[in-house]
Write a protein that binds this ligand. Structure first.
Ligand SMILES: [Mg+2]
Length: 503
C-alpha cells in the first residue's frame, strides 16, 4: 500500500514507528501508526550514513544505453505487492475508498453531505491517477513535461485554457509544479508537500474527487471562489483514519474491515501463469517481495491473490518498507514476532525464508551480494508506483525497474484490440485525457508520467501476465535515452493508443 500522509513527523522507537500527526488548524497533536510504508520521513537525516557504507558500484549505470532488456540478465528480481502482484478489483475498491472517506468527512468534519455523498458512478470520469493538487487554490492539475499544466479544474469544474493561463501565466507553469517535476522526493518530504501533492496510486486516487467536491461545496456556500482553501488537512485525517495500520487487526476505519469481510469482492486471484512464472524465476535467481504494507495486511493480500503457499514464491519477504525512504535511507530491518515488530536485525543476520519489517536498500544489496556470491549482483525491481517504485530506485540506486501501469491496458494499445481491462471505466478518463498524454506536441503533449516511465524504467507493461507469457530470455526493446522512437518501443505488448491516434 502506498498512500502518503502529509504533515506527519516520525520518530523511531525500539519496537515501532510512531507518527506524530499535527492538526495544523487546531494545533492538536495525536499519534497514529499507519499500514502504509510511504509515509516515510526519508532522506535527509540518514543519507550520509547510507552513503558511507554504500556497497553498490558507483559506476554510472550503463544499462540504460543498452536498448535490449532481458529478465534472464538479472541476478535478483524484487516485486512490489499491491497493484503489481496483487491486482485489485478497482471498481469495487475505489468505490469503497470513496465512500469511507466521504462518510468520515461528513460525519467527523461536518462537510456537506449533499456534495460528498453523491453517488460515485456519475463522476468516475473525474478520477485519474497522477493528478496533482494545488491545495491553496482549490485546483486539481494534470502535468505535462517540466511542470507544464496541460489541464486543470477548480473543484470538479474543468478550467478553460484562458483561466489556466490567467492563474499560472501564459507558459502555464506554476513554480510548485516545476519544482515538483524537478525533484519529486523533495516534494514528497519537504515544505513543498504542504503546497502540492499527487494522488499516485489507486489507494489515494479517490481523494481528488473528494477534494473537488468539497471545494465545490465551499464555493457554493460562500457564493464565490475563495482566495485560499484549507481542506486538505481534513482529507488527510480521513486517509489516516482509513489506512492506520492497527486498523487491520482491530477492524476499524471502514476500509480494512470491508476487505477482510469479503476479500473476493476486492482482490483478483493471480493467474497460475504468473504463479508458475514466479516459481520459474526463483529456480535461477533470488526473488524478493518488497512491500509497503505491514505484515498482517501483506499476508492477507498475498494469500488472497497468490494462495496460502505464497511465501514459497519468495526467498525473502520485506514488509512495511516505507518506500521511497527504503531506497534512500538507512533504517534497520526489524524482526517480526507474528505481526509485532521487535528488535533491529543486523544485515549479517538476515536469512532466506524469513520476513522482516522496514530496512533499507543498501543493507538488502549487501545481503543479496552475499547470497548470490556476486560482488555487484544485477537487480531489478518491478512495481506500479511511479514515484516510490520507479523514479526513486532508478535515481538513488543501481537497481533497474519495470513499470506495471494498468492504464496501458485500460486505455488500449496499438495493434492490441484484444486486451481487456474489466475496470477500465474507473481509470480511463475522457475529461483528463490519456494518462500517457499524446504525441501532438512534443513538449505539451507528453504527460509528466510517461516521461518518468521512459526515463526511469526499462519497460512498461499493463500487468505481470504479459511478462509471464514470454520466456525469461525474451529480448525486449527497452526505453533508452536519446532515441526518439523508443518513446514507443518500451511499452509491451503495445504502445499507448493515445500516441498512435495523435501520431
Ligand atoms: Mg504498489
Amino acid at each position: 500500500m502506498h498512500v502518503r500522509l502529509n504533515h506527519l513527523v516520525y520518530r523511531w522507537t525500539s519496537t515501532k514507528t510512531v507518527i506524530e500527526h499535527t492538526n495544523r488548524r487546531g494545533g492538536i497533536k495525536y499519534f497514529s501508526e499507519v499500514a502504509c510504508s510511504s509515509v516515510s520521513g526519508t532522506t535527509n537525516t540518514s543519507r550520509s550514513s547510507s552513503q558511507s557504507r554504500m556497497v553498490e558500484p558507483t559506476l554510472v549505470k550503463v544499462s540504460k544505453a543498452n536498448s535490449i532488456f532481458r529478465l534472464s540478465d538479472y541476478d535478483c528480481i524484487g516485486f512490489d505487492l499491491d497493484n503489481t502482484i496483487c491486482r485489485y478489483k478497482l471498481a469495487q475498491m475505489v468505490k469503497l475508498e470513496y465512500e469511507v472517506l466521504a462518510e468520515y468527512l461528513v460525519t467527523q468534519k461536518g462537510y456537506n453531505a449533499e456534495y460528498l455523498m453523491k453517488p460515485l458512478d456519475g463522476s468516475l470520469d473525474f478520477l485519474q491517477k497522477g493528478l496533482v493538487f494545488d491545495f491553496h487554490r482549490g485546483n486539481i492539475l494534470k502535468l505535462g513535461s517540466n511542470g507544464y499544466i496541460s489541464k486543470g479544474s477548480h473543484g470538479t469544474r474543468f478550467m478553460t485554457d484562458f483561466e489556466i493561463e490567467g492563474i499560472y501565466g501564459p507558459d502555464r507553469k506554476w513554480n510548485m509544479s516545476v519544482a515538483f517535476c524537478q525533484d519529486m522526493l523533495e516534494a514528497w518530504n519537504g515544505p513543498m508537500s504542504e503546497r502540492i501533492r499527487t494522488v499516485s496510486d489507486y489507494f489515494d486516487m479517490p481523494a481528488a474527487l473528494v477534494f473537488g467536491r468539497i471545494v465545490d461545496s465551499v464555493d457554493a456556500k460562500e457564493g464565490k471562489k475563495l482566495d485560499s482553501y484549507n481542506v486538505w488537512p481534513d482529507i488527510l485525517d480521513g486517509l489516516v483514519y482509513m489506512f492506520k495500520r492497527e486498523n487491520f487487526s482491530s477492524d476499524e476505519g471502514g476500509y480494512f474491515p470491508a476487505l477482510k469481510k469479503n476479500p473476493g469482492m476486492y482482490i483478483n486471484k493471480c493467474s497460475s501463469n504468473v504463479i508458475n512464472w514466479l516459481k520459474q524465476i526463483k529456480d535461477s535467481k533470488v526473488v524478493f517481495l518488497l512491500t509497503g504494507s505491514h505484515i498482517d495486511f501483506a499476508s492477507f493480500t498475498a494469500t488472497n491473490s497468490l494462495g496460502v503457499n505464497w511465501r514459497d514464491l519468495f526467498d525473502i519477504v520485506l514488509c512495511y518498507t516505507r518506500k521511497p525512504g527504503f531506497f534512500t535511507g538507512a533504517r534497520p530491518f526489524i524482526k517480526l514476532d507474528g505481526v509485532t515488530e521487535t528488535d533491529p536485525v543486523n544485515v549479517e543476520d538476515l536469512e532466506f525464508g524469513n520476513m522482516y519489517s522496514q530496512g533499507n536498500w543498501q543493507d538488502l544489496y549487501q545481503f543479496l551480494s552475499k547470497k548470490t556470491g556476486q560482488q555487484h549482483p544485477k537487480c531489478l525491481y518491478v512495481g506500479d508506483n511511479l514515484i516510490q517504485d520507479i523514479y526513486v530506485p532508478s535515481s538513488y540506486t543501481k537497481c533497474d525497474t519495470v513499470a506495471v501501469i494498468e492504464e496501458l491496458g485500460a486505455e488500449g494499445m496499438n495493434d492490441n484490440d484484444s486486451y481487456v481491462h474489466s475496470d477500465a471505466s474507473v481509470i480511463v478518463s475522457s475529461g483528463w485525457g490519456s494518462y500517457f498524454g499524446t504525441k501532438e506536441k512534443h513538449v505539451t503533449g507528453n504527460s509528466f508520467w510517461s516521461g518518468i516511465i521512459k526515463k526511469h524504467s526499462k519497460i512498461c507493461v499493463p500487468d505481470l501476465g504479459v511478462l509471464a507469457s514470454l520466456p525469461l530470455t525474451f529480448e525486449f526493446h527497452s526505453f533508452s535515452e536519446g532515441e526518439e522512437k523508443s518513446d514507443y518501443l518500451g511499452y509491451y505488448p503495445g504502445y499507448p493508443r493515445s500516441f498512435w491516434q495523435s501520431a
